[in-house]
Design a protein around this ligand. Structure first.
Ligand code: MF3
Ligand code: CO
Length: 248
Protein backbone atom coordinates (compact mmCIF):
# COMPACT_ATOMS: atom_id res chain seq x y z
CA UNK A 1 0.00 0.00 0.00
CA UNK A 2 1.29 3.45 -0.95
CA UNK A 3 0.98 5.90 1.92
CA UNK A 4 0.00 9.43 0.79
CA UNK A 5 1.69 12.24 2.72
CA UNK A 6 0.01 15.40 4.04
CA UNK A 7 1.58 18.80 3.26
CA UNK A 8 2.91 18.83 6.85
CA UNK A 9 4.62 15.50 6.32
CA UNK A 10 6.06 16.63 3.00
CA UNK A 11 7.51 19.66 4.78
CA UNK A 12 9.34 17.29 7.15
CA UNK A 13 10.65 15.18 4.25
CA UNK A 14 11.72 18.44 2.59
CA UNK A 15 13.78 19.38 5.66
CA UNK A 16 15.56 16.02 5.77
CA UNK A 17 16.08 16.00 2.01
CA UNK A 18 17.43 19.54 1.99
CA UNK A 19 19.97 18.59 4.65
CA UNK A 20 21.05 15.64 2.47
CA UNK A 21 21.45 17.97 -0.51
CA UNK A 22 23.46 20.49 1.50
CA UNK A 23 25.69 17.75 2.88
CA UNK A 24 26.34 16.38 -0.62
CA UNK A 25 27.27 19.87 -1.81
CA UNK A 26 29.62 20.20 1.17
CA UNK A 27 31.20 16.79 0.47
CA UNK A 28 31.64 17.53 -3.23
CA UNK A 29 34.08 20.31 -2.32
CA UNK A 30 36.34 17.72 -0.63
CA UNK A 31 36.53 15.38 -3.62
CA UNK A 32 40.12 15.35 -4.80
CA UNK A 33 42.99 12.93 -5.30
CA UNK A 34 44.31 11.59 -1.98
CA UNK A 35 41.23 11.84 0.23
CA UNK A 36 40.10 8.52 1.70
CA UNK A 37 36.53 7.32 1.49
CA UNK A 38 36.34 7.08 5.30
CA UNK A 39 37.31 10.74 5.60
CA UNK A 40 34.30 11.54 3.43
CA UNK A 41 32.11 9.40 5.68
CA UNK A 42 33.31 11.21 8.78
CA UNK A 43 32.71 14.62 7.16
CA UNK A 44 29.20 13.52 6.16
CA UNK A 45 28.31 12.23 9.60
CA UNK A 46 29.64 15.34 11.37
CA UNK A 47 27.82 17.65 8.96
CA UNK A 48 24.48 15.88 9.44
CA UNK A 49 24.75 15.80 13.23
CA UNK A 50 25.89 19.42 13.41
CA UNK A 51 22.71 20.38 11.54
CA UNK A 52 20.35 18.39 13.75
CA UNK A 53 19.92 15.26 11.64
CA UNK A 54 20.54 11.56 12.19
CA UNK A 55 22.50 9.60 9.55
CA UNK A 56 19.87 7.27 8.07
CA UNK A 57 22.08 4.52 6.68
CA UNK A 58 24.23 3.77 9.74
CA UNK A 59 22.80 0.61 11.29
CA UNK A 60 20.21 0.17 8.55
CA UNK A 61 20.13 -3.63 8.06
CA UNK A 62 23.59 -3.59 9.66
CA UNK A 63 25.18 -1.09 7.24
CA UNK A 64 28.27 0.17 9.15
CA UNK A 65 28.63 3.77 7.91
CA UNK A 66 26.72 7.01 7.32
CA UNK A 67 27.66 7.44 3.67
CA UNK A 68 27.89 5.08 0.69
CA UNK A 69 30.95 5.82 -1.47
CA UNK A 70 31.05 3.81 -4.71
CA UNK A 71 34.11 4.22 -6.93
CA UNK A 72 34.33 3.39 -10.66
CA UNK A 73 32.94 -0.15 -11.17
CA UNK A 74 31.18 0.00 -7.80
CA UNK A 75 27.49 0.61 -8.45
CA UNK A 76 26.07 1.35 -4.97
CA UNK A 77 26.67 0.56 -1.27
CA UNK A 78 30.44 1.07 -1.37
CA UNK A 79 31.58 0.97 2.27
CA UNK A 80 33.94 3.81 3.23
CA UNK A 81 37.43 2.70 4.26
CA UNK A 82 41.15 3.31 3.68
CA UNK A 83 40.85 3.61 -0.10
CA UNK A 84 42.25 6.88 -1.47
CA UNK A 85 40.61 8.55 -4.45
CA UNK A 86 42.86 9.11 -7.44
CA UNK A 87 42.64 11.33 -10.50
CA UNK A 88 40.42 9.77 -13.17
CA UNK A 89 38.11 8.01 -10.69
CA UNK A 90 34.40 8.66 -10.64
CA UNK A 91 32.80 8.52 -7.21
CA UNK A 92 29.15 8.17 -6.21
CA UNK A 93 28.10 9.62 -2.86
CA UNK A 94 24.77 8.35 -1.50
CA UNK A 95 23.40 9.80 1.72
CA UNK A 96 20.25 9.59 3.83
CA UNK A 97 19.03 11.68 6.78
CA UNK A 98 16.35 11.14 9.41
CA UNK A 99 14.97 14.26 11.06
CA UNK A 100 11.73 14.76 13.01
CA UNK A 101 10.60 11.24 12.08
CA UNK A 102 10.99 11.57 8.31
CA UNK A 103 13.67 10.48 5.85
CA UNK A 104 15.40 12.17 2.92
CA UNK A 105 17.69 10.39 0.43
CA UNK A 106 19.87 11.59 -2.46
CA UNK A 107 22.99 10.68 -4.44
CA UNK A 108 25.43 12.29 -6.86
CA UNK A 109 28.34 11.06 -8.96
CA UNK A 110 31.38 13.30 -9.34
CA UNK A 111 34.68 13.10 -11.23
CA UNK A 112 38.03 13.16 -9.41
CA UNK A 113 40.15 15.64 -11.38
CA UNK A 114 40.37 14.91 -15.08
CA UNK A 115 38.38 11.82 -16.17
CA UNK A 116 37.90 9.97 -19.46
CA UNK A 117 35.38 11.11 -22.08
CA UNK A 118 33.43 7.90 -21.42
CA UNK A 119 33.24 8.68 -17.69
CA UNK A 120 32.08 12.25 -18.40
CA UNK A 121 29.38 11.00 -20.75
CA UNK A 122 28.23 8.38 -18.23
CA UNK A 123 27.84 10.97 -15.47
CA UNK A 124 25.97 13.36 -17.78
CA UNK A 125 23.61 10.73 -19.17
CA UNK A 126 22.82 9.31 -15.71
CA UNK A 127 21.91 12.73 -14.31
CA UNK A 128 19.85 13.52 -17.42
CA UNK A 129 18.05 10.18 -17.05
CA UNK A 130 17.13 11.06 -13.46
CA UNK A 131 15.60 14.33 -14.69
CA UNK A 132 13.74 12.53 -17.51
CA UNK A 133 12.23 10.29 -14.85
CA UNK A 134 11.38 13.18 -12.53
CA UNK A 135 9.52 14.97 -15.36
CA UNK A 136 7.15 12.01 -15.54
CA UNK A 137 6.42 12.08 -11.78
CA UNK A 138 3.10 13.89 -12.08
CA UNK A 139 -0.55 13.09 -11.32
CA UNK A 140 -2.27 11.11 -14.07
CA UNK A 141 0.88 9.32 -15.20
CA UNK A 142 1.58 5.79 -14.05
CA UNK A 143 4.60 4.64 -12.06
CA UNK A 144 6.33 2.88 -14.95
CA UNK A 145 6.24 6.06 -17.05
CA UNK A 146 9.10 7.19 -14.78
CA UNK A 147 10.92 3.87 -15.29
CA UNK A 148 10.45 3.89 -19.05
CA UNK A 149 11.68 7.49 -19.48
CA UNK A 150 14.88 6.64 -17.57
CA UNK A 151 15.59 3.44 -19.50
CA UNK A 152 14.91 5.04 -22.87
CA UNK A 153 17.32 7.91 -22.25
CA UNK A 154 20.07 5.62 -20.95
CA UNK A 155 19.85 3.05 -23.74
CA UNK A 156 19.73 5.71 -26.47
CA UNK A 157 23.15 6.76 -25.20
CA UNK A 158 24.45 3.16 -25.44
CA UNK A 159 24.52 2.51 -21.68
CA UNK A 160 22.54 0.06 -19.52
CA UNK A 161 20.35 0.38 -16.41
CA UNK A 162 20.84 -1.83 -13.38
CA UNK A 163 17.83 -4.12 -12.82
CA UNK A 164 18.46 -5.60 -9.37
CA UNK A 165 18.33 -2.32 -7.43
CA UNK A 166 15.53 0.19 -7.72
CA UNK A 167 14.17 3.45 -6.31
CA UNK A 168 11.50 3.52 -3.62
CA UNK A 169 8.79 5.36 -1.76
CA UNK A 170 10.13 7.32 1.22
CA UNK A 171 8.70 9.03 4.31
CA UNK A 172 8.39 7.63 7.82
CA UNK A 173 10.60 4.81 6.52
CA UNK A 174 13.68 4.94 4.30
CA UNK A 175 12.18 2.34 1.99
CA UNK A 176 8.43 2.34 1.47
CA UNK A 177 6.20 1.11 -1.32
CA UNK A 178 6.25 1.41 -4.23
CA UNK A 179 9.48 0.13 -5.73
CA UNK A 180 10.57 2.43 -8.57
CA UNK A 181 12.43 0.44 -11.24
CA UNK A 182 14.63 2.26 -13.74
CA UNK A 183 13.42 0.13 -16.65
CA UNK A 184 10.22 -1.26 -18.10
CA UNK A 185 7.35 -0.57 -20.50
CA UNK A 186 5.31 2.65 -20.08
CA UNK A 187 1.76 2.88 -18.66
CA UNK A 188 2.02 0.15 -16.01
CA UNK A 189 1.70 0.13 -12.25
CA UNK A 190 -0.15 2.47 -9.92
CA UNK A 191 -1.48 5.82 -11.05
CA UNK A 192 0.60 8.67 -9.56
CA UNK A 193 -1.22 10.91 -7.08
CA UNK A 194 -0.47 14.11 -5.16
CA UNK A 195 1.06 13.19 -1.80
CA UNK A 196 3.24 10.37 -3.10
CA UNK A 197 6.95 10.85 -2.34
CA UNK A 198 9.48 8.83 -4.33
CA UNK A 199 13.25 8.40 -4.22
CA UNK A 200 14.10 8.08 -7.91
CA UNK A 201 17.61 6.69 -8.41
CA UNK A 202 18.95 5.44 -11.74
CA UNK A 203 22.12 3.32 -11.58
CA UNK A 204 23.73 3.26 -15.03
CA UNK A 205 26.56 1.09 -16.37
CA UNK A 206 28.78 1.57 -19.41
CA UNK A 207 28.68 -2.17 -20.20
CA UNK A 208 26.34 -4.91 -19.08
CA UNK A 209 23.51 -4.15 -16.62
CA UNK A 210 24.45 -7.24 -14.66
CA UNK A 211 25.97 -6.81 -11.21
CA UNK A 212 27.42 -8.90 -8.40
CA UNK A 213 27.95 -8.32 -4.70
CA UNK A 214 31.41 -8.25 -3.11
CA UNK A 215 32.22 -10.63 -0.23
CA UNK A 216 31.59 -7.79 2.27
CA UNK A 217 27.91 -8.50 1.60
CA UNK A 218 27.12 -4.90 0.59
CA UNK A 219 29.10 -3.46 -2.25
CA UNK A 220 27.46 -3.90 -5.64
CA UNK A 221 29.87 -3.93 -8.61
CA UNK A 222 29.35 -4.28 -12.34
CA UNK A 223 29.70 -7.90 -13.52
CA UNK A 224 32.03 -6.88 -16.37
CA UNK A 225 34.13 -4.32 -14.47
CA UNK A 226 32.69 -1.41 -16.49
CA UNK A 227 32.05 1.99 -14.93
CA UNK A 228 28.82 2.83 -13.10
CA UNK A 229 27.14 6.10 -12.06
CA UNK A 230 24.24 6.88 -9.71
CA UNK A 231 22.07 9.96 -9.16
CA UNK A 232 19.12 10.18 -6.78
CA UNK A 233 16.54 12.75 -5.71
CA UNK A 234 13.66 12.62 -3.26
CA UNK A 235 10.64 13.89 -5.21
CA UNK A 236 7.09 14.81 -4.11
CA UNK A 237 4.22 14.46 -6.55
CA UNK A 238 2.03 17.58 -6.33
CA UNK A 239 -1.01 18.92 -8.22
CA UNK A 240 1.44 21.06 -10.17
CA UNK A 241 3.79 18.19 -11.05
CA UNK A 242 7.03 16.97 -9.49
CA UNK A 243 8.73 18.89 -6.69
CA UNK A 244 12.36 17.93 -6.02
CA UNK A 245 12.75 17.98 -2.23
CA UNK A 246 16.49 17.20 -2.14
CA UNK A 247 17.72 20.62 -3.27
CA UNK A 248 20.12 22.74 -1.17
N1 MF3 B 1 20.03 5.31 -1.44
C1 MF3 B 1 20.19 3.90 -1.13
C2 MF3 B 1 18.85 3.27 -1.02
O1 MF3 B 1 17.90 3.95 -1.11
C3 MF3 B 1 21.07 3.71 0.02
C4 MF3 B 1 20.76 2.69 1.02
S1 MF3 B 1 22.22 2.26 1.78
C5 MF3 B 1 21.89 1.48 3.20
O2 MF3 B 1 18.70 2.10 -0.91
F1 MF3 B 1 22.98 1.32 3.80
F2 MF3 B 1 21.09 2.21 3.92
F3 MF3 B 1 21.29 0.36 2.94
CO1 CO C 1 17.46 5.55 -2.13
Amino acid sequence: MIYLKSPQEIEKIRKSSRLVARALKYLKAFIREGITTEELDRLAEEYIKRHGGIPAFKGYRGYPRSLCVSVNEEVVHGIPGKRRLKEGDIVSLDLGVLMDGYYGDAAITVPVGKVSELAKKLIKVTEEALYRGIEMARPGNRLSDISHAIQTHVEKAGFSVVREFVGHGIGKQLHEEPQVPNFGPPNRGPRLEPGMVLAIEPMVNTGTWEVRILPNGWTVVTADGGLSAHFEHTVAITDNGPEILSLP
